[in-house]
Design a protein around this ligand. Structure first.
Ligand SMILES: [Fe+2]
Length: 327
């Protein structure tokens, strides 16, 4: 399980995880869940898509919900430092024999559509149409008062290979889970660019698939409040796991499933990781506190179910170790 030294001068500058597009089968149903219940702001609505953002976000959207026959994820979105970084990224991915194209995407600047070594679709852009910050328009804060997108979490068939790939692009390891014994293997990794615990995480499993989109709330009470709201407005069955506090990341969390089955994490209260000598934290796969600090196990659905990426066939993981699962 080689843990790598951080790459402080990557081939191009990824600033953070910034957006994601999900396919949904009923836009009205999706709008009721994401806007009316969770409280995301509606930046734009067309006949086939909803463009959503959190209250502090000036980017036009961090979540795109597009009408689709399949509840699939389209691509993981990352903001780059500049247009020159985008050119460097296109060169780097082409040289690695990975696909590159520049689709015309509404409200976004020039966007590179590429993929990682397992085919996970990636959208990289340096500019997005700007919207009004609603941070101090408190009357518009509803539901979980979601502030911004925080991270993207995926299943991968080979955690070590995904870790190696994204480490070379400057993602830094903050926490990791591995099997015990002399031949320890990585089970999951948390990787950051923006200076908190993660922008991107990978867990061992049938992949690539999107496990969840992490959305940041201002405080723990916003998550407690949305539990009360969901339990009393028809979304009780959509609450999959939590609320609780993770051991990994120290964050307070609630996992919910949208009406199409996509998983969203409401997340807050992790910590700063910007120091260049910030050392990663190791967790044993058998330590129940890594999942939930208070010892509660995650349900089996949390380890098994995820959103496929459009047109990408997932493969079985090489590692067969089993996490602790709630019965
Ligand atoms: Fe998460």
């Amino acid at each position: 399980m080689p843990i790598r030294n951080p790459v402080f001068a990557p081939p191009f500058n990824i600033v953070r995880a910034s957006h994601v597009e999900l396919g949904v089968r009923d836009l009205a149903r999706a709008r009721a869940f994401y806007v009316d219940c969770l409280g995301l702001l509606l930046s734009d609505e067309t006949a086939d898509a909803l463009y959503l953002r959190g209250v502090e976000e000036r980017n036009h959207h961090s979540l795109v919900l597009r009408l689709s026959r399949a509840a699939e994820a389209q691509a993981l979105g990352f903001k780059l430092g500049s247009e020159a970084d985008l050119d460097r990224a296109a060169f780097w991915f082409a040289r690695a024999n990975l696909p590159t194209s520049f689709p015309d995407l509404p409200h976004q600047g020039r966007t590179l559509r590429t993929a990682d070594i397992f085919g996970t679709p990636l959208d990289l852009c340096a500019q997005m149409e700007q919207s009004e910050s609603m941070l101090q328009k408190y009357a518009a804060h509803q539901g979980a008062r979601i502030q911004r997108i925080d991270h993207l979490n995926c299943f991968t068939p080979d955690v070590q290979a995904s870790y190696d790939f994204y480490s070379a692009l400057g993602f830094r390891l903050t926490e990791y889970t591995e099997t015990d014994g002399d031949d320890a293997k990585l089970w999951a990794v948390w990787l950051q660019r923006k200076g908190n615990v993660h922008d991107l995480a990978f867990t061992n499993g049938l992949g690539p698939r999107l496990h969840h989109v992490g959305l940041w709330t201002a405080g723990v009470h916003d998550i407690i409040h949305i539990c009360d709201v969901m339990a009393t407005c028809g979304y009780l069955a959509n609450m999959e796991r939590g609320p609780g506090r993770h051991g990994i990341s120290n964050a307070f969390f609630l996992y919910v499933r949208d009406p199409d089955g996509h998983r969203v994490e409401l997340f807050t209260s992790d910590y700063l990781t910007v120091d260049p000598d910030h050392a990663p934290i190791r967790w044993s796969l058998t330590d129940p506190r890594r999942q939930t600090l208070w010892g509660h196990s995650a349900p089996e659905s949390w380890f098994r179910e995820g959103s496929q990426f459009s047109g990408v066939a997932p493969r079985e993981p090489a590692l067969a170790a089993q996490p602790v699962v709630a019965m």
